[in-house]
Write a protein that binds this ligand. Structure first.
Ligand SMILES: [Zn+2]
Length: 486
């Protein structure tokens, strides 16, 4: 979205007419934050917490906290992470998190977010789904007339708990307002409505997103394959739109009936490559034209892919294009999963080995020190291998406490100052460089690197480093300097 100012954008999005605010405070859960910290990470924002429909943490079932940072405008353009100091309750009188409506609202937002790219609700079908549910609840008479009073009453009662959150206070406070806001959703609308209002309607009429979605799919004029229609929420989230599924089913039927892939693809109006991929996903074997790739080369490519070899490397070694490798990957049943799995295992081995090597080289380094030394490795492990990382965290020495460590630091300082001086002599004797560098000293003295940022607490080591790196300039008499150093 782009525009000269915020105002026109809000208008174009229909935000002004909806009466919902658009300031979207950043939200976080105190338990999630504590958990992030416990595994050595930094608290971070979670996407699902930021949805306008999310007000409880779906994992910890407690009300979220709201950040004051954006609201006050101070530092609003800076990067900012969740911090308890700037978090306040979402409302002056926070509502009861245990009320099921908060969880239902979270689910609505999550499920809409999970719909495939390009998915659109069909206005006519949506209105008709709402009408059927209203009729079932006796809110529409047998001759099809809306019983306005009952409808207003039902809707206002259903959404009442939500109004405790200031951001949701645009929802109706009385039956009259409920009629004004919601009756029009029962007809195909001329203008859009805020998703929050649709969510309120879904909860009021169906109770849960799942039963709404089942009703919406059942209302379809396009056949939705049976396995998708009756499935549970996570499967629904991953499903492609009903239209794609209908084409997929049609394609597979045609191939089953003996039509060639190319002809079946043309029949349903998709590319042959896509048809081959769909067939592979559905474990339907299709005849492929041998002229594309000689069988022995193809076998070689498949073997390499199963081992998780990089596509470009395979293309290079087999003398074929990357596109051909990708096509093989897409069209051999189960191969794409095997390749991804092998790639993941490789990446995991690399990251673990990397972490373990750094930990071995720096036995005194704390978990945080290692994280700082290898941020990319840490990020990968944190996202993909958290359990292993947590085990490693326990292996490293605990972070030093700042208040009772006077003695530790002094001893440490003396120890490192001596090590630096000795390393300096060795380096100079071995290679006779013009100058001994900090880098060379860090390689020679284990654990020195993470301590460089703490030299204010290690004055002797600091002095030894200065001495060592300066030493070559005053070449004569350096032996004397070194014997005098601590
Ligand atoms: Zn949480």
């Amino acid at each position: 979205m782009r525009g000269a100012g915020i105002g026109p954008l809000k208008g174009q999005l229909g935000m002004l007419a909806t009466r919902f605010r658009a300031h979207h405070p950043l939200k976080a859960c105190s338990d999630c934050m504590a958990q992030d910290q416990a595994v050595g990470g930094t608290p971070h924002w979670r996407l699902v917490h930021q949805l306008p429909s999310t007000w409880i943490c779906p994992r910890h079932h407690q009300m979220l906290l709201r950040s004051t940072v954006k609201a006050t405008g101070v530092g609003r353009f800076l990067w900012h992470l969740p911090d308890l100091k700037s978090m306040v309750p979402v409302s002056e009188r926070p509502p009861e998190a245990a009320h099921p409506i908060w969880r239902q609202l979270v689910t609505c937002g999550e499920q809409v977010l999970a719909l495939p790219n390009g998915f659109h609700f069909d206005d006519v079908r949506l209105a008709s789904t709402y009408r059927s549910a209203a009729a079932e609840q006796g809110l529409i008479s047998s001759i099809g007339r809306l019983c306005t009073a009952t409808f207003g009453e039902a809707l206002a009662t259903a959404v009442a708990p939500l109004r405790a959150i200031p951001e949701l206070s645009a929802l109706p406070s009385c039956p009259e307002e409920a009629i004004a806001q919601f009756a029009r959703l029962l007809r195909p609308p001329r203008t859009g409505t805020h998703p929050l209002r649709h969510f309120a309607m879904v909860i009021a009429l169906f109770g849960t997103w799942e039963s709404f979605w089942a009703a919406y799919c059942a209302d379809s004029k396009i056949a939705v394959p049976h396995h998708i229609r009756g499935s549970s929420a996570p499967d629904l989230a991953n499903m492609a739109s009903a239209k794609v599924d209908a084409r997929r089913a049609e394609l597979l039927n045609r191939i089953d009936a003996g039509m060639s892939v190319t002809a079946a693809a043309a029949f349903v109006g998709i590319a042959t490559g896509t048809a081959m991929a769909w067939a592979a996903q559905a474990a339907v074997r299709v005849d492929r034209r041998p002229k594309l790739l000689k069988p022995d080369v193809r076998k070689q490519v498949i073997r390499a892919l199963r081992r998780g070899v990089d596509k470009a490397v395979i293309a290079e070694s087999c003398g074929i294009s990357i596109q051909t490798v990708t096509n093989t990957l897409r069209t051999e049943i189960g191969l794409a999963d095997a390749w991804r799995g092998a790639r993941f295992t490789q990446a995991m081995r690399r990251a673990r080995a990397d972490w373990a090597a750094i930990a071995a080289r720096n036995p005194h380094a704390t978990y945080t020190d290692i994280r700082r030394m290898a941020p990319a490795t840490f990020a990968w492990l944190y996202r993909n291998d958290r359990a292993w990382l947590e085990v490693q965290a326990k292996k490293q020495p605990p972070a030093p406490r700042s208040n009772h460590s006077r003695v530790d630091w002094d001893a440490r300082d003396r120890d490192y100052a001596g090590q630096v001086a000795r390393a300096c002599l060795l380096i100079a004797a071995k290679t006779a460089p013009k100058r001994v560098t900090i880098g060379a000293l860090c390689q020679a003295v284990p654990d020195l690197k993470p301590l460089l940022s703490k030299l204010d607490r290690m004055p002797l080591t600091g002095a030894a480093l200065k001495q060592a790196t300066r030493r070559r300039r005053t070449d004569e008499g350096h032996q004397l300097v070194m014997t005098n150093s601590p």
